[in-house]
Ligand binder design. Structure first.
Ligand SMILES: *[C@@H]1O[C@H](CO)[C@@H](O)[C@H](O)[C@H]1NC(C)=O
Ligand SMILES: *[C@@H]1O[C@H](CO)[C@@H](O)[C@H](O)[C@H]1NC(C)=O
Ligand SMILES: *[C@@H]1O[C@H](CO)[C@@H](O)[C@H](O)[C@H]1NC(C)=O
Ligand SMILES: *[C@@H]1O[C@H](CO)[C@@H](O)[C@H](O)[C@H]1NC(C)=O
Ligand SMILES: *[C@@H]1O[C@H](CO)[C@@H](O)[C@H](O)[C@H]1NC(C)=O
Length: 270
């Protein structure tokens, strides 16, 4: 049986080409036919895998690129929106500032009107509640004035005014000058700086531009000093130790708008 098989094999081998046999023999001897097949498959698989990976990489790349592009566009849009909003906000701010200024202007106008109205009310009723000066103090423009018939030295008069958070009157403009003149004051100390030499009399209006008005605090008067006082429309200098009356001034408060309406009750009750 084995001989027959061998013969058949040989016969088969003979009928086939020699190279084939040799090849078959060589391969058959050195490596089995099955591993070669696996290697080829593996190589093919590897190539395929590589291709797939490449394709995947390409796809991923293009997806990444597209996403990036979309995101960039979104970012740009957001940036534009932000810019628009910012300009809108600044526009609104400008608008608000404008409104604020208008409100401020309106409030100023209202304050001016209230002041004028209060002035009229005080002319009829000197102690009207809207008066921006303390009781007994006379209101003129932005200031309050009060006479003290005390017969004191200049320094004592200065202290009297200080005690009322006020100072001796300084006449620095025509309006105050006219107001003081209208009071026909006789022998009242003024807020002029005490001086060492006696100055001749002056017309009141001439003192407006004078630099003699007292600027400091109560100064200690050492030795013989001369102080200024008013006599009708004239300003005289006399010894600071003479006894005279005082006229004080201080800043008025702003007129309270609600105070204009307040005084109605008491007048009705009366
Ligand atoms: C800007 O403000 C106006 C008015 O407040 C509003 O109508 C408009 O939509 C705003 N614009 C943006 C881009 O927000
Ligand atoms: C507010 O008043 C000032 C002057 O008092 C004026 O120059 C300005 O234009 C006014 N503003 C508005 C918004 O009316
Ligand atoms: C004049 O001066 C007084 C203070 O001395 C001030 O209250 C008043 O507003 C001034 N009047 C004018 C028109 O400048
Ligand atoms: C003077 O001002 C002070 C503080 O501003 C205050 O406490 C005092 O009551 C005021 N005096 C008078 C007489 O107005
Ligand atoms: C007034 O006197 C006080 C202390 O007594 C001092 O602090 C202030 O600077 C003086 N003011 C002037 C204008 O001289």
């Amino acid at each position: 049986m084995s001989e027959e098989v061998t013969y058949a094999d040989l016969k088969f081998q003979n009928s086939s080409e020699m190279e084939n046999i040799q090849e078959f023999d060589q391969v058959g001897v050195k490596a089995p036919p099955a591993p070669s097949h696996v290697w080829r498959r593996r190589a093919l698989a590897l190539i395929l895998l590589c291709l797939l990976l490449l394709i995947g990489l390409g796809v991923l790349g293009s997806i990444f690129y597209l996403t990036l592009k979309i995101e960039m566009e979104k970012l740009e849009k957001l940036q534009n929106f932000k810019d628009k909003l910012q300009s809108n906000v600044s526009l609104q701010l400008i608008h608000n500032m404008d409104s604020l200024e208008k409100i401020r202007n309106l409030s100023n106008t209202l304050q001016e009107m209230a002041t004028k109205l209060c002035y009229e009310l005080c002319r009829k009723e000197p102690e009207h509640k809207c008066k921006p000066c303390p009781e007994k103090w006379e209101w003129h423009e932005d200031s309050c004035y009060r006479e003290f018939k005390a017969s004191e030295t200049w320094q004592q008069s200065d202290s009297t005014c200080s005690a009322h958070n006020a100072s001796l009157v300084k006449i620095k403009n025509k309006s105050v000058s006219e107001f003081i003149k209208s009071k026909e004051l006789y022998g009242y100390w003024l807020g002029l700086s005490p001086r060492k030499d006696k100055k001749t009399q002056n017309i009141l209006d001439e003192t407006i531009i004078s630099s003699d008005w007292f600027t400091g605090n109560t100064s200690d008067l050492n030795g013989v000093m001369y102080c200024g006082y008013i006599q009708y429309t004239y300003v005289y200098y006399g010894l600071c130790t003479w006894r005279k009356n005082a006229i004080c001034e201080k800043l008025a408060n702003p007129v309270k708008i609600e105070s204009i309406l307040m005084n109605e009750e008491p007048s009705e009750r009366m």
